[in-house]
Design a protein around this ligand. Structure first.
Ligand code: UDX
Length: 454
């Protein structure tokens, strides 16, 4: 998030010097090389245009901080993996270290009066974190202003989202600092899209935005289950309900389950915030969004097993797609990891094909004994994965998996997949990118999430 955001600021504000600091030497070297550490459409071009002009990279965490007027903190805040509230609360140790780093760098130089900085929190943090930041600064005699400026970009469309954001949120108790940050964005974002608010509301908005997006997916997935039972089609239902402008059509695609580094983490964090505020009912409400997602993933595996005569042991399953969504190599929290793990627990042989995700990531995300299992392999093509397979499971909506396809030259050839598979040849579409009727005409036994199997 930090790299693309700063590259866009450098591009849109040519008179502003932007310096990206990171403790990792290899990350900084990668940013200075032709192989950027982050793959995003348009990013390479953008960085090439501004690198060395007004965008610089360094592992020095002191001088750039001392020279800056505005400091953006963009470090990661993953879920806590151990200790109290593990899995729910955010692990803010990297974030706190960054804040303490700013404090010690600026303390030596005075840190008050003209040494006063605007510290902008872009990391997704628990509600109320700004008070902790202020306490650390105060305890060190520093008067830095704190601004909450959460980021709403999505992976794969980061540069486009940054260039044309739906809104920019600027929360602060200090109106001067808020104006300073708002003025920076106003160089390319229309003023009416820059929302000024208090710091706590800004921190809260980030968690609620992600919780509402995740909730839409869980709601449509909930509907998808009922659709299968009553003989309705969730695609038709989503279209019909999404046509109401009050509901809107975005984020109503039923799927095997949402993934990614944010949704689960932020929803559980919100649940944790509610419980910490002695509001357990609210915590349960938000957490049910994640529970529904878990149920959808497990249900997908059970559907496969039920259709395939109650046993997957010794059967070969081709998994098409492992990334948490298309056009990314990111597989954090991907539904595919859960499905693959469970298929291996059912003693199936699993062959994964994904156009971008490497084998090391597949094994790491599946994790445990299953991740290291010889029953798990990775193929270089969909055809190789499906060769002699009893079933194909589509778990990411890559364009090449679409059927019928808009571009046959790079699409999966389903008729030839069918010919190479063990019969009956099953196909389970967890992303609704194929036309089940047409697959059945080829000869497949086809199932699609949210459509009654015929
Ligand atoms: C999300 C938010 O969209 C973004 O605003 C926030 O800043 C970070 O978290 P991201 O994780 O990049 O962005 O992915 P997103 O496109 O939101 O998709 C998340 C997951 O939901 C993916 O697994 C995707 O496949 C799934 N999804 C999305 C659905 O299953 N159905 C939908 O209708 C939409």
């Amino acid at each position: 998030m930090g790299g693309p955001t700063m590259a866009v600021i450098a591009k849109r504000c040519p008179d502003v010097n932007v310096v990206i600091c990171d403790i990792s030497d290899s990350v900084i070297k990668a940013w200075q090389s032709p192989e950027l550490p982050v793959k995003e459409a348009g990013l390479q071009d953008l960085v090439t245009q501004v690198r060395g002009k007004n965008l610089f990279f360094t592992t020095d965490l002191v001088r750039p901080v001392l020279e800056a007027d505005i400091i953006f903190v963009c470090v990661d805040t993953p879920p806590k993996s151990c200790g109290d509230k593990a899995g729910y609360a955010s692990d803010t140790c990297n974030f706190e270290r960054a804040i303490r780093g700013i404090a010690s760098a600026t303390k030596a130089a005075g840190g008050a009066g003209t040494g006063r900085k605007t510290v902008v929190v872009k990391s997704t943090v628990p509600v109320g974190t700004w008070r902790i930041v202020r306490a650390i600064f105060n305890a060190n005699g520093l008067e830095h202003s704190i601004v909450s400026n959460p980021e709403f970009l999505a992976e794969g469309t980061a540069v486009a989202d940054l260039l044309d954001p739906s809104r920019v949120l600027v929360g602060s108790e200090c109106s001067k600092a808020a104006s300073q940050v708002a003025d920076l964005y106003a160089r390319w974002v229309p003023r009416d899209r820059i929302i000024l608010t208090d710091t706590t509301s800004s921190e809260m908005s980030k968690l609620v935005a992600n919780a509402l997006l995740a909730q839409r997916i869980s709601s449509i997935n909930c509907a998808s289950i009922l659709c299968e039972r009553v003989g309705a089609d969730v695609g038709h239902v989503a279209r019909a309900v999404g046509a109401d402008p009050r509901i809107g059509k975005a984020f109503l695609r039923a799927s095997v389950g949402f993934g990614g580094s944010c949704f689960r983490k932020d929803v559980l964090n919100l649940a944790h915030v509610c419980r910490s505020a002695s509001l357990p009912e609210l915590g349960d409400y938000w957490e049910s969004i994640v529970q529904m997602n878990e149920f959808q993933k497990e249900r997908f595996v059970c559907t496969m097993s039920t259709h395939m005569f109650g046993s997957l042991r010794g059967k070969r399953v081709a998994v098409l797609g492992f990334a948490f969504k298309k056009n990314t190599a990111d597989a954090r929290e991907t539904a595919a990891a859960y499905v693959v793990r469970r298929l291996l627990q059912e003693r199936a042989t699993v062959v994964v094909y994904d156009p971008m995700v490497p084998e090391s990531t597949v094994r790491a995300e599946v994790g445990g004994d299953e991740g290291a299992s010889p029953l798990l392999t990775v193929a270089a093509t969909a055809a190789e994965a499906a060769n002699a397979a009893h079933a194909v499971a589509i778990l990411t909506e890559w364009d090449e998996f679409r059927y019928p396809s808009e571009d046959a030259s790079c699409a999966v050839d389903y008729p030839s997949l069918y010919r190479a598979m063990t019969k009956p040849a099953f196909i389970f579409d967890g992303r609704r990118v194929t036309n089940a009727e047409m697959l059945r005409k080829i000869g497949f036994v086809a199932y699609s999430v949210g459509s009654a199997a015929t």
